[in-house]
Design a binder for this molecule. Sequence first.
Ligand code: URA
Ligand code: URA
Length: 271
Amino acid sequence: MTQSFEHGVSLVIEALRFGNVRTNQSILARIGRLRSLDIKRPPSTLPDSKSHNHSGGTREADSIGPAMEELRLRVLACSKCPHLVEFRQNVVFGVGSLEADLMFVGEAPGAEEDRLGQPFVGRAGQLLTRIIETMGFARSEVYIANVLKCRPDIPEGSPGNRAPNLEEMQTCLPYLREQIHLIQPKAIVALGGVAMRGLFNATAPMKDLRGQWRKFGGIPVMATFHPSFLLRNQALTEKRKVWEDMLQVLEFLGRPVSERQQNFFLSNKSL
Ligand code: URA
Ligand code: URA
């Protein structure tokens, strides 16, 4: 799809949002079907698995599904950061259950995420998935998103990723706010210092921020190290700290914690 068509779609969506809501739902749904033909969009970027399965989604998920889809369409068509629009292959909206009790928030998509249109699918993502599963959840049971929905641009040909800056995060944050408002998770895990800066403008070192609860949009947020920090720092002590933060989250959610989970990393077990 060309950029000018993308821009046209975003203008139409904006216009519809300020018009008659009831008629517009079906028009938005039709735009959604049209946009699903977009070759840049991989088939796996449905906003969640639960509201689209056929084993009887709950009424709650059914009612927030259309609102989340409308939000997803708006975010996919966003052009507020022209330099990121230029650079991105995909907007990385978020994935998971609309009924999730637990939400994970990272900083921004990296190269793999940008390529696949899904958050946390690269190396850090694989570690995050293991953390989620060790907590006793399936990845599809939680919701995963980033503060910034587009990959931060880097000079052509240069390797790696750059962290999103404050302005980019502040521009994008209202979308995450809406996602949180729709899902209403019981708790959120903020991953790393950049996400903490985006969410709270927190600038203290992560070693001081982690392990503590704060609130964002009325929802308790536990701060912990980013999985890519754990990949760089293989020390068992740092992994154990993340795990202790996750045990606090499980306790807060009233989830059962097995003896094996309780003792993880006290011996030389590894995620
Ligand atoms: N790091 C993040 O913060 N988010 C992703 O989606 C991937 C890596
Ligand atoms: N510093 C950060 O910004 N994030 C981490 O996860 C660890 C150290």
